[in-house]
Write a protein that binds this ligand. Sequence first.
Ligand SMILES: Nc1ncnc2c1ncn2[C@@H]1O[C@H](COP(=O)(O)OP(=O)(O)OP(=O)(O)O)[C@@H](O)[C@H]1O
Ligand SMILES: [Mg+2]
Length: 281
Amino acid sequence: MKKVDDPGLDFETGSRTQRDPSYGRLKTEGLDTTHGAILYLEDITVSFDGFKALNKLTLDISVGELRCIIGPNGAGKTTMMDVITGKTRPTFGSAFFGQTIDLTRLTEYEIAHAGIGRKFQRPTVFEQHTVFENLELAMQMKKDVRTTLFARLTSEQVGRIEDILKLIRLNGEERRLAGLLSHGQKQWLEIGMLLMQEPLLLLLDEPVAGMSDAETARTAELLNELRGRHSIMVVEHDMAFVSEIARDGKVTVLHEGSVLAQGTMQQVQADERVIEVYLGR
Ligand SMILES: Nc1ncnc2c1ncn2[C@@H]1O[C@H](COP(=O)(O)OP(=O)(O)OP(=O)(O)O)[C@@H](O)[C@H]1O
Ligand SMILES: [Mg+2]
């Protein structure tokens, strides 16, 4: 995959930092991350009629980390995201957001409001609304924004939407109906909608599935720009894409509901067990 750098989207420079000096910094407010981790999963087991989709899964994600999760179909990757977001309750084990928030005791709604944003594989945007309106709606869903639907936005709010439009490569498309966007553009819009809510941890399940090569390359750029600003967990099967965003960071390989291997992309690609169950297919 072609690597494209875009220095024009550096969040530390330019007008966007003047509008909102806090934007672009890693956010952990309200969350106790004194031990350096934003997410801790320990011995998580999920049984479906005796079948263990997750089997004593233990994994943690550091604050600001971009962690890639790979592994064969049925390894439990989506089930893990279901546990983190409260969609599925573990049969056994613990899941903590920061030091103190026990995810197994919260509803899906409470978890979203605690700062975990999730993107499902299929894009879910409001097709009858414009790109701009979709981002605006997403902003209204954030709990501390006290405006009524489509009320006049403050210049700061407009600035924030414009920043996100650039980041998701949809500036110039803001008046288009979301339903008319390409599949890849809808995926970006949905990522933008999640970002409007300023999640502390972002979960992306197969973000480039169904994208063209060019769209996949741009998504890798986008994620590289988000690096260090959000803690992010990405599940993908596209290994070129994973190499592009993992860089020297940790990649976790799941197999049969537990961690099979963990290390840099180079290390896991050279691991005999990983080649056997996944990469060598
Ligand atoms: N609600 C459910 N009831 C029964 N079995 C389930 C349920 N959800 C998932 N499973 C099973 O759990 C296992 C793990 O599924 P999961 O969707 O987490 O895998 P995955 O790693 O995301 O795979 P893929 O790469 O294909 O998306 C699979 O065998 C799946 O059939
Ligand atoms: Mg899955």
